[in-house]
Design a binder for this molecule. Structure first.
Ligand code: CTP
Length: 397
């Protein structure tokens, strides 16, 4: 709940501004007061009238509105809030913030405020990935700004990738977290993610097709609910989320060591695609191509990290969640896997190539618990993560 909290909401100029109208409603439903500020570009996408009608307050648009200056002033306006939220945070607004510009009301407020700031970036994927934006992002994070999103997906401009503004409820969760009020505040949660690489020699390794997308999305969703997340990741394709403690590993054995070092935790989610075997006789030097002779690899079994943690006598997290990546008899195999490993929940999915799930952006999962099984509809990995994080918050209650 956000009762009694005041949010200064700066709406930048992007198509995602329409979601900020819904954000205002969600904030007010939770008891927050919203002071809206609409940039000139923002007003090209949503009208001042819609914004003020939803906020139930006057919308501030112009730095040189003398009545405002007499009554309140931009300095004071920047101080009345418990949190300043910039949504959408455009590439331009991020650049202004990172470089300390103060040439309109929004940028002046951001310079003048002594209140924490949360931004929800939204822009075209190329603009998001541009080195200038990434530089500005790094600077803003170093300056202590909170960031939520952006999410990956289809964009209004017809392209695909990271750049979509987070959904209003994700922003609400991030606001609660920034205000120290998320449902997982005070909870420590461990998440494993990505593939592992098992060396054959110093230059070659055995790996799998996991991109780390699902584990990364789960860590992000848990952090957005206020959890302190330890994110143990193998070499993944996607970058780790913001606001979590990242521990990078390569092999299954290193992952187990990192996981054990991260305990105790309230919950643990094992989304990593850990290699079941490693090369027992991995060579310290590069194996040479010996005319006529093919190398023979001996395998040894890797430790099962999920089973090891599930069966711990001390420091077992209250909730242990495993994944089951199956290509046949998904439910039967996953149900047996839950019993065999001793975890509380299994998130099962079909990773047959035809599903496009492994390495893709969507997932269709079944949640298997002691109470039975739930079939979730096919949705984005981010939505699976958001839903799973909400269930974890309920369970840890
Ligand atoms: N897992 C683990 N350590 C391993 C292997 C798997 O922690 N050495 C975890 C995964 O992170 C996942 C779950 O166990 O949460 C199931 O992984 P999966 O690959 O589906 O199962 P396996 O145990 O490898 O069983 P199988 O290969 O027989 O399907």
């Amino acid at each position: 709940m956000l009762a009694g909290k005041r949010i200064l909401l700066i709406i930048g100029g992007g198509i995602a501004a329409y979601k900020s109208l819904d954000l205002i409603r969600r904030l007010r439903e939770r008891g927050a007061a919203v002071t809206p500020v609409l940039t000139r570009a923002g007003a090209e996408f949503v009208t001042p009238l819609s914004v003020s009608a939803l906020a139930g307050e006057k919308v501030h648009t112009d730095l040189f509105d003398l009545t405002d200056e007499a009554e309140m002033g931009h300095i004071q306006l920047s101080r009345v809030a418990d949190l300043v939220v910039v949504a959408p945070a455009t590439a331009d607004l991020m650049a202004k913030m990172a470089h300390g510009h103060a040439n309109d009301l929004a940028s002046t407020l951001l310079m003048a405020t002594d209140t924490p700031v949360l931004m929800a970036p939204a822009m075209n994927v190329r603009m998001w990935e541009h080195p200038a934006t990434q530089r500005n992002l790094a600077q803003l994070q170093a300056d202590g700004l909170h960031v939520v999103g952006p999410n990956a997906g289809d964009m209004a401009c017809g392209e695909y990738g990271p750049g979509r503004m987070s959904e209003p409820l994700e922003i609400v969760a991030a606001i609660e977290t920034a205000l120290g009020q998320g449902p997982l505040a005070g909870k420590r949660i461990l998440v494993t993610s990505g593939p592992t690489h098992e060396p054959i020699d110093p230059v070659r390794y055995i790996a799998n097709r996991s991109s780390g997308a699902q584990g990364t999305a789960i860590a992000r969703a848990l952090a957005a609910l206020g959890a302190e997340v330890v994110f143990v990741t193998g070499p993944a394709d996607v970058p780790p989320p913001q606001g979590v403690q990242v521990v990078r590993v390569e092999t299954a054995e290193q992952m187990l060591t990192a996981v054990e070092a991260a305990l105790p935790a309230d919950a643990a989610v094992f989304a990593a695609a850990v290699a079941d075997w490693r090369v027992a006789s991995s060579s310290g030097s590069k194996i040479k191509k010996d005319a006529g002779r093919l190398p023979v690899l001996d395998f040894a079994e890797n430790p099962d990290i999920l089973a090891t943690v599930s069966q711990r006598k001390t420091d077992r997290p209250r909730l242990v969640v495993g994944f089951a990546a199956e290509t046949d008899d998904v439910i039967a195999n996953a149900t047996a896997k839950r019993a065999r490993k001793g975890c509380d929940w299994i998130v099962a999915n079909d990773v047959s190539p035809a599903t496009g799930i492994m390495g893709g952006t969507e997932n269709a999962v079944h949640l298997i618990t002691a109470e039975g099984r739930e079939d979730w509809p096919r949705m984005s990995k981010q939505q699976v993560a958001t839903q799973l994080a909400a269930r974890i918050a309920q369970a840890l209650g």
